[in-house]
Write a protein that binds this ligand. Structure first.
Ligand SMILES: [Zn+2]
Ligand SMILES: [Zn+2]
Length: 243
């Protein structure tokens, strides 16, 4: 344990826990006050069995696919899941983790990942892999938020994490500066598998904080499949939905 972690633990012992969104003092250490918790849109059934897109009308059977997945012949992914919708309420926690060193949001968000990924864990996972950052961005930001989430999720599930098999070889501009097709182009050939023997024949779970168009996750899945991964799933804390 680092000294700062140690001091924070001591402080936490004396200071009451606070809501991670509004900062209000809360009675238990669940992370959010009841009001802020209510604002979070957790994704629950019914949703597409493959891509996890919520259905607005309940289908009769649970194995239904959305229009896109029903027509797609070959998909890179076995399943895509996200715990919550990306909206004003969840944004706060995720941006805090990504840009403002709010790494103490990780345990709460990892708990959400475990809940949101139930279908994936039931189907079986051999290895967790976080979406990698380019080393220059890692130097600038000091940590990879996806790796922190993967580490915590591994503690909750007992599934091993690999931080070095998948590498971001090209320095790309943040996806947020592009839209649609430009995002696909931006991350094209940005990743490679350094140690194919680590992923070959394995059921891989890719972890990221947010899924928007899915271009980054798709590009990662593509190289993992090429390296011989048996299946690839994606699990993100949040996801945007556009119709
Ligand atoms: Zn609150
Ligand atoms: Zn679908």
């Amino acid at each position: 344990m680092e000294m700062t972690d140690f001091l924070n633990k001591i402080l936490d012992f004396f200071l009451p826990p606070r809501c991670k969104i509004c900062g209000k003092v809360i009675s238990d250490n669940n992370g959010l006050c009841p009001e802020c918790f209510q604002q979070i849109s957790f994704i629950s059934t019914p949703y597409c069995a493959k891509c996890g897109r919520p259905f607005f009308e309940a289908p009769h059977n649970h194995n239904l696919l959305c229009g896109c997945c029903a027509h797609e012949k070959k998909s890179l992914f076995r399943m895509n899941r996200a715990a919550v919708c990306y909206d004003d309420a969840s944004k706060n926690l995720l941006l805090g983790l990504k840009f403002f060193d709010k790494t103490d949001n990780v345990p709460l968000l990892a708990k959400w990942l475990k809940l949101g990924g139930q279908d994936i864990f039931n189907a079986g996972v051999d290895l967790i892999i976080p979406t990698p950052l380019h080393y220059l961005r890692l130097v600038k930001r000091h940590y990879n938020q996806s790796a922190l989430l993967a580490h915590e999720l591994s503690k909750l599930t007992g599934i091993e994490v690999n931080y070095s098999a998948l590498i971001r070889s090209r320095y790309t501009k943040p996806q947020v500066s592009f839209s649609g097709k430009a995002r696909i182009k931006n991350v094209k050939n940005a990743f490679y598998v350094k140690h194919p023997q680590d992923v070959c024949g394995k059921r891989i779970l890719l972890i990221d904080d947010v899924m928007t168009t899915g271009s980054t996750l798709k590009e990662c899945a593509l190289v993992l499949k090429k390296a011989g991964a048996k299946s690839v799933d994606s699990l993100t804390v949040a996801r945007t939905f556009k119709d």
